[in-house]
Design a protein around this ligand. Structure first.
Ligand code: UDP
Ligand code: MG
Length: 309
C-alpha cells in the first residue's frame, strides 16, 4: 500500500511537448515550497508528439510522479476524470498543462480549501485568450447557465481544487455528459471562489476551435435539458396554427371575394414550412435517441493503456 498523500495534482496532456519542461520545473518548485506531500498525476491523452516520452523521462528520477497513458485521444474531460480516479490525495488539484493556469497559484487554492469546503473554483483576473475565443466561451457559459437555471452557480474554469468526496459524487453520476466543470457546478457542494492569474498560451496551440465549442455546447444542451424536445412541440403548434390560418384565408378569398389564389404557390410555402418543422423534429428526437443509445452501450469514457506508478 502506498503512503498517504496530502495533495494530488492532476494534469491532462495532449501534444504539449514544447511546454512540459517548463511546466514540470515550475511545478516542482511550487511543490517544494509548500512543504506538503504531493503526487503529480499526468494523464497522457494519446499524445503523438513525444509528450509521453518526455513524461517518462521525468518519471525516471521522481517517485512522486504517476503517468496514466490512454490508448488514444479521448478528450480533455475523459483525461481529467481518469486523473481524478487515479488520485490518492486528500485534496485534488486540476490544472491545464499549457501554463495558462500558473502552478504558482496552487498554494492559494489549497489555502482556500478550509474544513467544510469541498470545491475551490477559480476566476481569472483577466482571461488571456483570443477575443473570439473569449466571446465563444461567453456564449457557451450563457447558454449553459440558462439550461441549468439560477440555482446552479456555473464555473467553467479548468483550474480548481476538490476533495475526494467530489470525485465519488462524479462516479455516482452515470452520465454521458462528461463535462466535468458543469457536472461539479451542478452538484452544488460547498464551494469558494478564488481569483487567479491567467496567462497567454506561450507555446503550442489551443485544442478548442469553433467546432469543438459547438459540440461542447450541444452536449450540454441535450445532456442537461429537454428544451429542444419542447421546442418541437412549440413548432408543431405554430405550424398547425399557421396552416389553419392560411386555410381560413383561402376559404375567405374564395367564398366571399371570389378570388382564386394560385394554389401551387400557397402549397409550396406551406409544404416547405411543414417539411422543415418535421425534419427538425426528427433531428431533435434523433439526438436524444443517440444519447440513449450511447448510454445503453455503456462504454467507458476512456481506455487506459498503462499506468506508470
Ligand atoms: N487536452 C487534453 N485532451 C484533448 C484536448 C486538450 O488532454 O483532447 C488538454 C490540453 O493538453 C491542456 C488542457 O486540456 O492541458 C486544455 O487544453 P487547451 O489549452 O487546448 O484548451 P484552452 O486553454 O484553449 O481552453
Ligand atoms: Mg489552454
Amino acid at each position: 500500500m502506498a503512503e498517504p498523500v496530502e495533495v494530488s495534482i492532476v494534469i491532462p496532456v495532449y501534444n504539449e511537448a514544447p511546454v512540459l519542461d517548463e511546466l514540470y520545473a515550475r511545478l516542482k518548485k511550487t511543490v517544494q515550497g509548500m512543504g506538503r506531500s504531493c503526487e503529480i498525476v499526468f494523464v497522457d491523452d494519446g499524445s503523438t508528439d513525444g509528450s509521453y516520452e518526455i513524461l517518462k523521462r521525468f518519471k525516471e528520477n521522481d517517485c512522486t510522479l504517476r503517468i496514466v497513458r490512454f490508448t488514444r485521444n479521448f478528450g480533455q474531460q475523459a483525461a481529467v476524470l481518469a486523473g481524478f480516479r487515479q488520485s490518492r490525495g486528500q485534496v485534488v488539484v486540476q490544472l491545464d498543462s499549457d501554463l495558462q493556469n500558473p502552478p504558482e497559484e496552487i498554494p492559494r487554492l489549497l489555502e482556500a480549501m478550509t474544513p467544510g469546503v469541498d470545491l475551490v473554483v477559480t476566476v481569472p483576473r483577466k482571461r488571456r485568450d483570443a477575443w473570439s475565443r473569449v466571446a465563444g466561451s461567453g456564449l457557451l457559459r450563457w447558454l449553459t447557465q440558462k439550461m441549468l437555471g439560477p440555482t446552479v452557480k456555473l464555473n467553467l474554469s479548468s483550474f480548481r481544487a476538490l476533495r475526494p468526496s467530489v470525485v465519488e459524487k462524479i462516479n455516482q453520476c452515470r452520465d454521458r455528459s462528461q463535462f466535468m466543470a458543469v457536472l461539479m457546478s451542478w452538484m452544488g457542494v460547498p464551494t469558494v471562489e478564488v481569483e487567479v492569474e491567467h496567462h497567454v498560451r506561450s507555446k503550442g496551440k489551443t485544442k478548442y476551435g469553433y467546432t469543438q465549442l459547438i459540440q461542447l455546447a450541444w452536449d450540454i444542451v441535450t445532456g442537461y435539458s429537454t428544451f429542444p424536445l419542447r421546442l418541437v412541440t412549440y413548432m408543431g403548434i405554430f405550424g398547425a396554427l399557421t396552416g389553419f390560418a392560411m386555410m381560413a384565408f383561402l376559404l375567405y378569398q374564395r367564398l366571399v371575394r371570389d378570388i382564386l389564389v394560385d394554389g401551387l404557390v400557397v402549397l409550396s410555402a406551406v409544404f416547405a414550412f411543414l417539411a422543415g418543422v418535421q425534419l427538425l423534429s426528427f433531428g431533435f428526437l434523433g439526438e436524444y435517441l443517440g444519447r440513449v443509445h450511447l448510454q445503453v452501450q455503456d462504454r467507458p469514457p476512456y481506455l487506459i493503456e498503462k499506468v506508470i506508478e
